[in-house]
Design a protein around this ligand. Structure first.
Ligand code: CMP
Length: 236
């Protein structure tokens, strides 16, 4: 346990809300993380994680920006830039989840970076099993989803952390045409659904599409910020 001020507790809680690795934890486990994290401040150029090293901690960002780079081929003279991390993002989970060497290097980019670090033991005891199960469950499925084929494997795996499983029964409306508040994108894991649309006011809705496992829907309103264009109804 590392003592913290009430302001620090609030700041950590706010960041934890954004991190999908923590989303399936119960309140008791969330409290364990809150108690166990330790504040770390780094300066521009400091290396927080070195590719190839053993993993000791998992990190999430309070303030500042960091660069993630990797030697994609053994004899590359320079590492390749992969991405930038900012507040509310996390890194360093791979080595702990898979007992593997660090897969990339993370360097402080801004003048200073404030991070929260979580030790390997707490990570393993509280998070590891739940996250591994979820990633294993969805890995094969995500590889087959057409819209995700252009994503890098690492990013696709992280999507599994964000998944929330929902179950519907035959006839349930998953999406209603005209709904303006839809903020979810769905993928069918099991069973079938149909899309139906009311073409003219007062006329019955007509079936326009079938959905099977691996298909997705609900992306249109999220991309265009428009009301839902069709109903999606569970069929099986
Ligand atoms: P880890 O291997 O423990 O340490 C380096 C971290 O970089 C890694 O965990 C991930 O959190 C992060 N990372 C970000 N993008 C990638 C990527 N494309 N491949 C590997 N690691 C990445």
């Amino acid at each position: 346990m590392h003592p913290k001020s009430p302001e620090q507790m609030e700041a950590i809680k706010a960041k934890m809300e954004k991190i999908f690795l923590f989303s399936s934890l119960n309140p008791i486990d969330k409290k364990k993380i809150l108690d166990a994290v330790l504040g770390v401040t780094k300066n521009a150029g400091d290396v927080i994680i070195q590719e190839g090293d053993d993993g000791d901690n998992f990190y999430f960002v309070e303030k500042g920006s960091l660069n993630c780079t990797k030697f994609l081929k053994k004899d590359d003279p320079e590492p390749t830039f992969l991405k930038e991390f900012g507040p509310g993002e996390s890194f360093g989970e791979l080595a702990l989840l898979y007992n593997a060497p660090r897969a990339a290097t993370i360097t402080c980019k801004s003048d200073t970076c404030e991070l929260w670090s979580l030790d390997r033991n707490t990570f393993n005891n509280v998070i590891k099993t739940a996250v591994q199960k979820k990633r294993e469950k969805y890995d094969d499925f995500l590889e087959r989803v057409e819209i995700l084929k252009c994503m890098e494997k690492y990013e696709r795996t992280k999507l599994a952390d964000a998944f929330k499983e929902q179950w519907f029964e035959e006839g349930d409306y998953i999406i209603k045409q005209g709904d303006k508040d839809g903020n979810e994108f769905f993928m069918v894991i099991e069973g079938t659904c149909i899309a139906s649309m009311t073409m003219e006011p007062g006329k019955p809705a007509q079936k326009v599409k079938d959905y099977h496992p691996g298909d997705y829907f609900g992306e249109r309103s999220l991309i265009r910020d428009t009301p839902r264009a069709a109903n999606i109804i569970a069929q099986s």
